[in-house]
Design a protein around this ligand. Structure first.
Ligand code: EPZ
Length: 422
């Protein structure tokens, strides 16, 4: 295992380029199962989650080549239809092979993903949606066995859950429906940009999908799909993470490059309201150090609401922002592991029933802390940038799941961050 050593106080300046989106890449890589022709996908970030997905595809029989950010995949000779526990337990998103495997092979066996530190991660909505298309679903011994002996048939499928829409659930049903007989209408669909990027990829393969990005998606089934070339959208959460780094630690300002401004609207609005000067510069954003930042009240919501994947990073900003900030995570109410670690650094926070109350202090103090999940780890790195002294962040494999070389990118901006063996 490895750790980061971050020495607080180094000021950031210069430019950082955002990688391709991890959360768009994962379902798009799974969608290559839907054709026997070659697919070329550009700007796939080199992170462990995408590497796990490629391993799962290879396990199923796919030919995979990777040259820096470009992945070439050909699923011509699939010889298995199962995603085994030892791979699924490492990455929950592997459940999104269920839909394409059902559509291509009429069956799929996928291990139940289990929970993780950010909360219970059920897939009941995925299974209900696939049953709605005619799949027979059996849950047995920690595995989900799905079969559609006579193929899938389009229908109207409601994907709304108690916490709102499901991103990967919407992806799974959409990927199952593209080769189903007849037309499928998904209501209560997730509207995230990553769902839209998947729909664009599927349509380029020959699918007939309309309404992606709205709660109502219509899919007219086709008989087959072809190979395609596609570039993945920029990672809006990585971009937001670097914007917070700039707001906290810029000497004057930093430039975050390759931004889709629509995808970051709620994040930039919130940072602006907190007193962080942000300026659009073409496809870039220039963010200045927040001279007199003010706290905010944040409630996470499905897109286009404030993203749950950015709440930990905002907590890092609020920990040293004068006044009181309140952060409520309605999607993953347990997603506050980062705060117990920030408390070790001197943060003044209280968490109760999915809501954190953060009273800003002048400065945190460096301390040994432990990463627990992807976004919590990023928040600890952000907190360390302005903390007094050195912070040692252990278990950085969590951050490597979804950030491409974050230590190199921060060091290039001037941060004093080193990766060492634990
Ligand atoms: C996606 O996860 C993202 N992951 C997550 O990002 C993100 O936090 C999440 O969407 C919410 O935006 C990927 O895209 C790979 P959900 P997903 O199904 O699709 C409940 C990161 O940090 N639910 O949208 O797995 C669930 O419990 C990761 O990059 C059900 O009840 O999340 C949650 O409360 C972490 N039943 C809510 O819906 C289901 O069948 C949203 O979950 C499915 C979900």
């Amino acid at each position: 295992m490895e750790k980061f050593i971050v020495k607080g106080g180094a000021e950031l300046e210069g430019k950082v380029t955002v990688s391709g989106s991890k959360n768009a890449s994962l379902p798009i890589l799974a969608a290559t199962l839907l054709t026997s022709e070659q697919c070329v996908i550009r700007r796939v970030p080199d992170v462990s989650d995408t590497n796990y997905m490629l391993q799962i595809l290879q396990n199923l029989g796919a030919d995979v080549e990777r040259a820096s950010g470009t992945v070439t995949i050909r699923c011509a000779n699939l010889h298995r239809h199962d995603a085994p526990y030892d791979l699924v337990r490492k990455m929950r998103a592997s459940v999104c092979v269920m839909g394409p495997l059902l559509a291509r092979l009429n069956r799929a066996n996928v291990s139940l993903p289990g929970g993780c530190v950010i909360g219970d991660r059920p897939i009941d909505l995925h299974l209900k949606g696939l049953e709605g298309l005619g799949a027979d679903v059996q849950v047995d011994g920690g595995d989900v066995r799905l079969e559609a002996r006579y193929g899938l048939t389009g229908d109207t499928i409601d994907m709304q859950g108690k916490s709102g829409a499901t991103v990967l659930g919407t992806d799974n049903v959409m990927m199952a429906a593209v080769l189903a007989k007849g037309t499928t209408v998904i209501t209560g669909a997730a509207c995230e940009p990553e769902v839209v990027d998947l729909a664009d990829f599927l349509n380029a393969m020959g699918a007939k999908i309309t309404g992606a990005g709205t709660p109502r998606i219509e899919i007219e089934g086709v008989s087959e799909l072809g190979g395609v070339e596609h570039s993945v959208i920029p990672d809006r959460i990585e971009a937001g993470t670097f914007l917070v780094a700039g707001a906290m630690a810029a000497r004057e300002s930093i430039t975050v490059r390759r931004i889709n401004h629509d995808h970051l609207a709620r994040i930039t609005e919130t940072l602006t309201a907190c007193g962080c000067p942000i300026e659009k510069d073409g496809d870039n954003l220039i963010i200045g150090k927040a001279e007199n930042p003010v706290g905010a009240n944040i409630i996470t919501r499905p897109y286009p609401g404030f993203p749950t994947d950015m709440q930990a990073q905002m907590c890092a900003l609020f920990a040293t922002t004068a006044g009181t900030s309140v952060v409520q995570d309605t999607i993953f109410p347990q997603r506050f592991m980062h705060l117990s670690e920030m408390k070790r650094m001197g943060a003044n926070v209280e968490v109760d029933d999915g809501t954190a109350v953060i009273k800003g202090v002048d400065q945190l103090s460096g301390a040994p802390v432990m990463a627990s999940d992807l976004r919590a780890s990023a928040a600890l790195v952000l907190a360390a940038l302005t903390a007094k002294g050195e912070t040692e962040i252990s278990r950085v494999y969590h951050i490597d799941r979804g950030y491409e070389h974050i230590d190199d990118k921060l060091a290039d901006l001037g941060a004093d961050i080193r990766r060492l063996p634990a």
